[in-house]
Design a protein around this ligand. Structure first.
Ligand SMILES: NC(=O)c1ccc[n+]([C@@H]2O[C@H](COP(=O)([O-])OP(=O)(O)OC[C@H]3O[C@@H](n4cnc5c(N)ncnc54)[C@H](O)[C@@H]3O)[C@@H](O)[C@H]2O)c1
Length: 327
């Protein structure tokens, strides 16, 4: 049995906490918000995020970050905008050990991958990125799920694989941190477009084309940034892309659906909550320009979200771009 602390007590933090608890570990959930700690401690469930899922009494819930001192694995499960500050707080209490990042996004100011920022602030810790097709609502209900644990330290990735795998959660290892992280961040942008597709009442053909061409864009950028192209045909690439683009659980997808239905961006954001793809769209658009990579779907999404590009001409404009070869 190992000590595992999950930093961030939203849907994904709770689901992964339950999964670790079911592997026999001693689990602590942390949140910076007193009201969240109080609500979860009293109700032992999150009615809003994981209705009907009980958090066992043995799982501790706290807002005291010092609990990470004893953990073998410290897991970050906050929105990506909070990762830098959480990584900074970790460094006050932890001098070594494994930090697992579950958050999917890129750093908003520097455009850097989150694992780089975590490592920079915690140079003596090993950083592992755990990603793949996984909705909290399903993991919390023990629905079989597969993830990939990527790290430059393959021994740290193997420890995460050993400690967190179960009959319900199959974890693979990978040394392609760049590919796994970019896949997790950029699929959220494509998922917004998939939601827009649904909002515009387009069909299965359009959705399949969007997923396929979205994957091509992700791979192109990833390869330019040093990723292994094969990672994009794995769990953190096509796997996560398919689940996010087709599932009713995805907040990015729901947000896109509202936008496709003509709801203005601010209202849609307020209605859905954390929409990682909204921030990732700006970052991916800038990265595409920086690395000189053609990403027409990402570019269009960026313009819809940030530049009032009219939603009724979006599809026609994408379809009538200059003709080209598939590969
Ligand atoms: N929900 C899922 O199914 C799922 C699956 C895979 C990956 N993810 C990723 O995991 C991350 C968390 O997702 P979520 O759905 O649990 O999000 P969420 O918004 O439901 O919860 C995040 C939690 O992080 C903490 N938090 C929020 N703001 C914070 C701040 N400023 N500083 C410190 N802590 C803060 C809070 O405890 C909050 O409940 C996201 O990056 C998401 O993309 C989510």
């Amino acid at each position: 049995m190992a000590e595992i602390t999950i930093l961030g007590s939203g849907g994904w933090g709770i689901a992964m906490g339950l999964s670790a608890y079911n592997c026999g570990h001693s689990v602590t959930l942390w949140s910076p918000f007193e009201d969240e700690v109080k609500m979860l401690s009293e109700k032992r469930t999150s009615e809003k995020l994981l209705k009907g899922i009980e958090i066992p009494k043995d799982i501790k819930i706290t807002n005291d970050m010092s609990v990470i001192k004893d953990s073998l694995i410290t897991v970050i499960a906050t929105p990506s905008v909070a990762v830098a500050s959480v990584a900074e707080q970790i460094s006050r209490y932890k001098k070594n050990g494994i930090i697992v990042n579950l958050s999917k996004g890129l750093e908003g100011e520097s455009y850097r991958r989150l694992s780089i920022i975590i490592k920079e602030k915690n140079p003596d810790c090993e950083v592992v990125v755990l990603s793949g097709p996984s909705h909290a609502e399903e993991v919390a209900r023990n629905i079989p799920t597969s993830l990939v644990a990527a790290s430059t330290s393959i021994s740290a990735a193997s420890i995460v694989q050993d400690e967190l795998s179960s009959e319900f959660l199959r974890i693979y290892t990978s040394d392609d941190v760049v590919g796994v992280e970019l896949g997790g961040a950029i699929k959220n942008v494509i998922a917004i477009c998939a939601g827009i597709c649904d909002g515009l009442k387009l069909g299965d053909n359009s959705k399949a084309a969007l997923i396929t061409r979205g994957l091509a864009e992700m791979s192109r950028l990833g390869v330019k940034m040093g990723a292994n192209e094969r990672t994009f045909s794995g769990l953190a690439g096509i796997g996560d892309l398919v689940v996010t683009c087709t599932s009713r659980h995805s907040r990015n997808n729901r947000f896109g659906n509202l936008v496709g239905n003509g709801v203005d961006i601010k209202t849609a954001l307020a209605e859905v909550g954390t929409v990682e793809g909204y921030y990732a769209a700006r970052l991916a658009y800038d990265l595409a320009n920086k690395y000189n990579v053609s990403m027409p779907i990402v570019e269009t999404c960026y313009k819809v979200l940030y530049e009032n590009y009219p939603i009724d001409t979006v599809v026609k404009d994408l379809m009538l771009r200059p003709k080209t070869q598939e590969h």
